[in-house]
Write a protein that binds this ligand. Structure first.
Ligand code: FDA
Length: 522
């Protein structure tokens, strides 16, 4: 829909608009662009300055955290290419005019790094580069970075009922950011991360060259599969491995409140969930309800098999949950992605193509990895905090299974064997305003402080796709490796050094930089 809209208006405008109000730098940039990509027959408007009517719409359309809608920084222009040569041109022209580049695929970055910047910058928005080509015989697919996960899941299901892809739960996530930071969801225990299932990629490097896996070399190919987007170049497209799923899978969601002995149940879940057969994924979602001084704990599950196999398996492995036949629903894998995204039962799978995120609100998030079960009194301390807050959420995703089989250095994502589960903390709020934001961010920081003694240590690990600038930031003009270890080692552990060494080699001028880009190793 969005694409059609941009295409339609673009056709009306037809070519680069040289408005009289453009500043010299914008005019120079556009001129540079038209020279650089003259080889390509350009049919559509691809450059939007603040004067163009679509600029604000485009800037805001994929921002997932409304907290950033009123940010004080905005790009000099947005380039929304249709063709790779236009991305090349945008990189070369940005370099020429010393403009920073922010690359955006789905716009879900928690801290807005794909569209905010403190120095003059442009956004390269891949919203028009979203083609998907699935090859069932080969069990592979090529997907452009600007496509969403929902579009990918839908495209796979159109071709095959027995294939899927192990990405995240939210269908509006952009392929570009998600895969370059790792990416996990309900198939994590069976097939690992989205990034573990990347076979090849096309990347535009700092010199504007288009490189595939062979041309970029194994080191760079390693870095872009979990090293966090935008430090090494712009990834245009990815060759992915499709994974096999049964025709029928089973989902369940069982919710409990504090008065139903849930603390013991959560405690038990920690001892069981990471060791279950890898076809069974049971996550916990905890929601604080400050209005009613209550906490709701939901056990959400995907089982790669039918109910008749699941029930005896649950009775054997996790009888404490008391799972009943009527708690479960059989469906296809693609229907399970609709279900996990939060759409009501029975929704059409076409909702996966919807670009509008469900449950959009301001938020601050943080993450942890847990290596030892949190004791009962530790869990009670969490409930104590959650009963005071309206919209506080904690999601616990079990690891184990395939994640234990992949070494810490196989990709930059090091959180493998030894991790029981990942925690994501989310504090959401409706009202805008600095004071309101500060109050919620303060609450989140105090929860994070409280959790310190119960989670991984040395380093206290974090997931780069749940980006958190509280962990530390670069000094943009002069990144310093040692200072950056404050956040880098949390995201990447021992892989941070290798990422930094590679960064020195492939981007010696540190062109692709941001508050948390990989620094040079020095
Ligand atoms: P966005 O476009 O904002 O990019 C994120 C980062 O990657 C930025 O630094 C950007 O510059 C860079 N980047 C983007 N495209 C690039 C490209 N083509 N080349 C180079 N760099 C590029 N995660 C998860 O693992 N499992 C989950 O289930 C979820 N669920 C979820 C729900 C919701 C509502 C949100 C907001 C987020 C998640 N996430 C998640 C986190 C998500 O994986 C993470 O925010 C990704 O980086 C989002 O990728 P986008 O392309 O949408 O973001």
């Amino acid at each position: 829909m969005m694409k059609q809209f941009i295409l339609l208006v673009s056709l009306l405008v037809f070519s680069v608009s040289w408005t009289s109000t453009s500043t010299p730098i914008q005019t120079d940039f556009k001129r540079c662009m038209s020279t650089q990509f003259s080889a390509y027959t350009k049919n559509f408007e691809i450059i939007y300055t603040p004067e163009s009517s679509l600029y604000s719409y485009l800037l805001q359309s994929t921002i997932q955290n409304p907290r950033w809608l009123n940010a004080t920084t905005q790009p000099l222009l947005i380039v929304a290419p249709f063709h790779e040569s236009e991305v090349q041109a945008a990189v070369l022209c940005s370099k020429k005019y010393d403009l920073q580049v922010r690359v955006r695929s789905g716009g879900h970055d928690y801290e807005g790094l794909s569209f905010l910047c403190q120095t003059p910058y442009i956004i390269i928005d891949l919203i028009n580069m979203r083609s998907i080509d699935i090859n069932v015989e080969e069990e592979t697919g090529w997907v452009q970075s600007g496509a969403t996960l929902g579009e990918l899941y839908y495209a796979i299901a159109k071709k095959s009922q027995v294939h899927g892809f192990p990405g995240g739960l939210c269908p509006t996530l952009g392929i570009g950011g998600h895969l370059s930071g790792g990416g996990f969801g309900t198939l994590l225990r069976k097939y690992g991360l989205a990034a573990d299932n990347v076979l090849d990629a096309y990347l535009i490097d700092v010199n504007g060259r288009i490189l595939d896996r062979k041309a970029m070399g194994e080191d760079l190919f390693w870095a872009i599969r979990g090293g966090g987007g935008a430090s090494f170049g712009i990834i245009l497209s990815w060759k992915i491995r499709l994974v096999r799923v049964p025709k029928i899978v089973t989902g369940f969601s069982v919710s409990k409140t504090l008065d139903s002995g849930v603390t013991k149940l959560v405690h038990r879940w920690q001892e069981i969930a990471p060791y279950l057969p890898e076809d069974l994924f049971i996550r916990i979602v905890i929601v604080g309800d400050g209005f009613n001084k209550a906490v709701q704990v939901s056990f959400n599950s995907l089982f790669l098999g039918e109910i008749d196999t699941l029930i005896p398996l649950m009775n054997k492995t996790f009888p404490e949950l008391g799972l009943k036949f009527e708690d479960c629903i059989e469906m296809s894998w693609v229907e399970s992605t609709v279900n996990f995204a939060g759409f009501p039962n029975g929704s059409l799978v076409e909702v996966l193509l919807d670009k509008k995120q469900l449950f959009k609100s301001n938020f601050k998030a943080k993450s942890d990895f847990v290596t030892e079960p949190i004791p009962i009194n530790g869990l009670e301390g969490i409930w104590g905090r959650f009963v005071e807050e309206e919209i506080a959420i904690m999601i616990m995703d079990p690891f184990g299974g395939k994640m234990n089989e992949i070494s810490e250095s196989e990709t930059p994502f090091p959180h493998r064997k030894g991790n029981l589960y990942n925690i994501q903390y989310l504090k959401k709020w409706e009202k805008n305003g600095v004071r309101e934001s500060n109050r919620h961010v303060y609450w989140m920081r105090s929860l994070y402080k409280y959790m310190g003694s119960y989670v991984s240590k040395s380093p206290r690990a974090a997931y780069v796709n749940y980006r958190d600038l509280d962990l530390g930031t670069n000094n943009q003009d002069n990144t310093n490796y040692l200072e950056s270890t404050s956040w880098g080692v949390k995201y990447f552990k021992g892989n941070f050094k290798r990422l930094a060494q590679l960064k020195s080699k492939v981007d010696p001028e540190n062109f692709f930089r941001s508050e948390q880009s990989i620094p040079h190793y020095k």
